[in-house]
Design a protein around this ligand. Structure first.
Ligand code: ADP
Ligand code: ZN
Length: 520
């Protein structure tokens, strides 16, 4: 990196953005883009991803193309950049013909530093034509997890991005950014954008100031009111699954003298806006919302996020809980859980196409595993995002109120051996059938009833073995396959362990079997 280029980016940081220093790895990321390398950024929300492409777009010649999934997000960024004197524009369906003509002219004149587009607009012939003629610096793919059908936010048009960029024939560097990517989603993004060579910048997802807790959904309304009253005057968000539930809970809180308002997509835009403002300005303490609430909300002192209903995925859960404690101070994340909620969510998925449905189901099962497990919550969450915490956190319900532990060396050996003997090609339910000696057609068709360990774990139930598998995955005896969902294979640690076993302590799962009915 040339010294004057370095001082130029520092100057721009100060002059345009008003910051004296870069945060985390922002500077290295910017250098990677300036050097023309494909760059992949995985950073939690609020860490400062936008600056990573905005700043190089400002100092480089040509226009940077920013692909973004939501018009609201684009508008937000364009407004902010324009406010500090940077010429950024978007191309989307909200513009008039005259406006579109003007934007196009400015792109061709090289006057626009950043051009925001939705993937849908990118595919339009006239826009491709424009980009072919324009001088482009690089392409940023924001919310890149939308590329992957294995995540929670799949947008099929995102899969076309690579083809379009190639079609421009300019050999443009790509920067992909996301705030959530499990290892599987990460691989999917890199493959789809054909950027296996990308320089990867992944920051930790650990939010040390957040406290995680899961409570059985028994008398949830009473628990909720009590909790909020114990945190009087503090800001909090209550997430519910349906609009109806949002209205109901907001009403319930109001009649209990709690200052609360509802927020969901079924409300008029003006009411939504007013309720959001009331929350931001602290006219009310609590906002009761569907997941429609929160995108781009930057209230630093949200002290609790309560999931009244179980969320659809751990990605969603992490994003939503991440809205608490953004100032680095206290943030309490509490989920009410009953397996009934998981079943309800599964019903919503039944009309989806097969792959989508299977994936949604898998995400839900991961969610259920998280709730039911007695393993440190933080360890589980971080593991989900591909991060290994080698000790318990001491700041979650499972750490503070540990469940009964048991010595499991022999069973862990069996569980890992079952994976090895079935050649790492099966999911946990099948492995559990093999260990328990279940002679179903599937097991027989693979000849797994002939395996030496077939039936060796028959005296223990499905829940027990499932729990053992979940735990040894988090403790890294097994690894998830990045190609096939739900398949595990032994890690190096697991292989070594079966040769030279040592004591392993596991924890009994929570028992939610009495939590079948919602308590209202
Ligand atoms: P993300 O896209 O990762 O969720 P944003 O790009 O919205 O995060 O940034 C979050 C906040 O951090 C914004 O208010 C942004 O202005 C601020 N920010 C970004 N970089 C810096 C920096 N180097 N110093 C101080 N504040 C920063
Ligand atoms: Zn913990």
């Amino acid at each position: 990196m040339l010294t004057d280029e370095l001082s130029q980016i520092k100057e721009t940081l100060k002059d345009v953005f008003g910051y004296s220093q870069f945060r985390g790895t922002q500077e290295e990321i910017i250098q990677s883009i300036l050097a023309g390398r494909n760059t992949f950024v995985i950073m939690p929300t609020g860490a400062g991803k936008s600056l990573c492409y905005q700043l190089p777009a400002i100092v480089m010649s040509g226009t940077a193309i920013v692909i973004s999934p939501l018009i609201a997000l684009m508008k937000n960024q364009v407004d902010q950049l324009n406010a500090v004197g940077i010429n950024a524009q978007f191309l989307n369906s909200t513009l008039s013909k005259a406006e579109i003509t003007k934007v196009k002219k400015d792109v061709l004149n090289g006057e626009i530093r950043l051009l925001y587009v939705a993937p849908e607009s990118l595919t339009k012939e006239e826009n491709i034509d424009l980009l072919k003629r324009a001088n482009i610096s690089f392409v940023a793919v924001d919310e890149a997890h939308c590329i992957s059908e294995w995540g929670h936010d799949f947008r099929p048009e995102y899969r076309k991005i690579r083809g379009i960029i190639e079609n421009l024939g300019k050999n443009l560097p790509i920067i992909a950014l996301t705030a959530t990517a499990t290892p599987k989603v990460q691989t999917d993004i890199q493959r789809n954008l054909d950027m296996d060579d990308a320089e990867l910048f992944k920051s930790s997802f650990n939010r040390k100031n957040l406290y995680y807790e899961v409570r059985p959904k028994v008398d949830a309304k009473k628990q909720l009111i009590k909790y909020i009253k114990n945190h009087k005057g503090k800001s909090g968000i209550i997430y519910c699954l349906s609009r109806k539930k949002v209205e109901e809970i907001a009403e319930l809180l109001s009649v209990n003298d709690i200052k609360a308002l509802p927020y969901h997509a079924g409300l008029d835009a003006s009411i939504r806006m007013a309720n959001q403002d009331a929350f931001l300005n602290e006219d009310v303490d609590v906002i009761v919302a569907t997941i429609a609430f929160g995108m781009g909300i930057d209230k630093p002192d949200v002290r609790f996020v309560i999931h009244y209903d179980a969320p659809k995925s751990l990605e969603g859960y992490y994003q939503e809980t991440g809205r608490s404690g953004r100032d680095g101070l206290e943030g309490n994340c509490i989920m009410f859980y009953s397996y009934n909620d998981i079943l309800k969510l599964e019903k919503f998925n039944k009309d989806k196409p097969v792959t989508e449905r299977d994936n949604a189901k898998h995400l839900l099962q991961e969610m259920a595993a998280y709730a039911e497990s007695s393993v440190c919550r933080r360890r589980q969450l971080l593991h989900y995002f591909g991060e290994q915490l080698d000790h318990d956190c001491g700041y979650c319900d499972n750490c503070l109120k540990p469940r009964e532990k048991f010595e499991a060396q022999d069973d862990v050996v069996l569980a890992v051996q079952a994976v090895i003997q079935t050649e790492s090609r099966f999911g946990v339910p099948h492995l559990v059938d093999v260990l328990r000696g279940v002679k179903n057609d599937y097991v027989i068709s693979y000849g797994h009833d002939k395996l030496k360990l077939f039936g060796v774990g028959a005296e223990k139930d499905v829940a027990y073995w499932t729990s053992v598998y979940r735990q040894i995955t988090i403790y890294n005896f097994l690894e998830k396959d990045v190609d096939v969902i739900g398949i595990a294979r032994p890690s190096a640690k697991g292989l070594e362990f079966v040769d030279n076993p040592y004591p392993v302590t596991l924890t009994k799962d929570h028992d939610y079997s009495n939590v079948d009915e919602e308590s209202d």
